[in-house]
Write a protein that binds this ligand. Structure first.
Ligand SMILES: Nc1nc2c(c(=O)[nH]1)N[C@H]1C(S)=C(S)[C@@H](COP(=O)(O)O)O[C@H]1N2
Ligand SMILES: [Mo]
Length: 437
């Protein structure tokens, strides 16, 4: 038996562009196989295969995998999550196609799922208990959900959650893990209480450094001794006014896959710090040492490394705030559009702990950029929506690119940024394909 190793289209394009063209263009491959990159004859072949010209082909970067080639994946059959793309079924991991993230506030059914283990079954919210303890907690206390609701101020905030591995599929060489494309992001509202109110009620000792969580999910191996994941945040992040212990998402029970009946939400950081099925919080006098806290999990090289390098764990740092990023949610990539009409373009942008200062669109492979109209965030750590329009000078194949900048002046890279062993933090610009006819 031969074993087949699957490789991504991005890897294929890097290794063997001719083979990649053949796969991407099927029977028209004969014409395209001579394309090469940035060769005039190649571009001609590409437009032949597309059945249309590429008006801005002179700006097309070498090695660019056309946005029109994005893979067609199957929908999930997860109840209440129809339309999501299943990346793994045990544990369940499913991402949301960009065009289904068009709502300002992500509906429950379109919130991605990233499970490290197996969610609890037959959850009884009436008898759910949340234990607060740890060596730097002054008075360890156990709360029911009713206790939380009655003893502390209720808060509703719109908060963005993005998996640290969102965009992993674009790294070359490929990084192991779920091959997220763009859809491990969502920004619903969460209702609950401030984590800091609960921690202060129990008393936080002066030597507190970190806050860790535990959830009721079980390890995929079935071994009850093992935790699927137990991460957390430094005490300062935990004490921010936006860090919540939440029991509702968009005014309803949190979907079971997203942490019902209780979860932590510390937005702007990798989603992995926001514990689901939350039943224990520990205030630590050291960096929390739960499962997947240590490198290489949710860590990146402290200094940049060559793609494919082996990086010793002690040369990695834990990911904190997520980088600036944006997504086009309308129109759907691949649409055909009347070239005489303006095309409405909209989406969202977010920047970890920072704010967005501007979002820009390009229809000429990044040669020129125009600003979009940017909405304010509903609150700190919520994404910001942008809208604009594009007018195409003539019929042909176009890509609409989006690029956001944060209030520190950092903007998204055009190409996949710093390769890292686990494929985190890809905030390359999002691109969609448009056929102007
Ligand atoms: N208990 C528990 N909490 C967890 C996880 C998990 O597997 N178990 N996954 C984490 C990761 S890696 C992410 S990205 C987010 C995903 O949240 P979501 O599934 O609601 O989108 O939850 C985090 N919290
Ligand atoms: Mo994640």
């Amino acid at each position: 038996m031969t074993s087949k190793k699957l490789i991504s289209i991005n890897e294929l394009y890097q290794q063997d562009p001719i083979a990649a063209d053949k796969i991407a263009w099927g029977r028209k491959s004969e014409a395209v196989s001579r394309r090469g990159f940035l060769k005039k004859s190649g571009l001609l072949a590409l437009s032949t295969a597309l059945g249309m010209t590429i008006p801005f082909s002179r700006f097309m970067p070498a090695g660019l995998v056309p946005a029109a080639f994005a893979a067609d994946n199957a929908d999930t059959t997860i109840e209440g999550k129809e339309g999501l793309i299943l990346l793994n079924d045990r544990p369940v991991n499913a991402e949301t196609p960009a065009h289904l993230l068009d709502d300002e506030i992500t509906p429950n059914r379109y919130m991605f799922i990233r499970n490290n283990g197996i969610p609890p079954e037959n959850v009884d919210p009436e008898n759910w208990q949340l234990e607060i303890g740890g060596e730097s907690c002054v008075t360890p206390t156990t709360f029911s959900i009713t206790d939380l609701k009655t003893r502390f101020e209720e808060v509703t905030l719109q908060l963005q959650l993005e998996c640290g591995g969102n965009g992993r599929a674009e790294f070359v060489p490929a990084a192991s893990g779920n091959q997220w494309t763009t859809g491990a992001i969502g920004c619903p509202t969460f209702t609950g209480v401030r984590l800091r109110d609960v921690l202060n009620f129990c008393g936080v000792a002066r030597d507190a450094v970190y806050v860790g969580y535990y959830g009721a999910d079980t390890h995929a191996s079935g071994n009850p001794e093992l935790d699927p994941i137990s991460r957390g945040v430094p005490i300062n992040k935990a004490m921010e006014r936006e860090s919540l212990i939440a029991w509702a998402m968009n005014g309803e029970d949190i979907p079971i896959q997203n942490g019902y009946p209780l979860r932590m939400v510390c937005a702007g950081w990798p989603g992995s710090v926001s514990g689901k099925w939350l039943n224990r919080i520990v205030v630590r006098d050291r960096v929390h040492d739960g499962e997947k806290m240590a490198a290489p999990s949710y860590s990146v090289p402290a200094a940049s490394v060559a793609p494919g390098s082996r990086v010793p764990n002690d040369e990695m740092r834990i990911i904190e705030s997520m980088p600036v990023k944006s997504l086009i949610t309308f129109p759907q990539s691949g649409i055909s559009h009347d070239a005489r009409q303006r095309l409405t373009v909209r989406g969202h942008a977010w920047a970890g702990d920072s704010q967005i200062s501007g979002v820009f669109l390009s229809i000429d492979f990044g040669a020129t950029w125009l600003p979009t109209a940017l909405n304010p965030a509903a609150n700190r750590l919520a994404w910001q929506s942008f809208q604009s329009w594009a007018q195409f000078p003539e019929p042909g194949y176009y890509e609409v690119w989006v690029r956001a900048m944060d209030n520190l002046g950092q903007s998204q890279p055009m190409v996949v940024p710093g390769w890292n062993p686990r494929g985190y933090l890809n905030n390359a610009c999002h691109r969609i394909a448009v056929q102007a006819v």
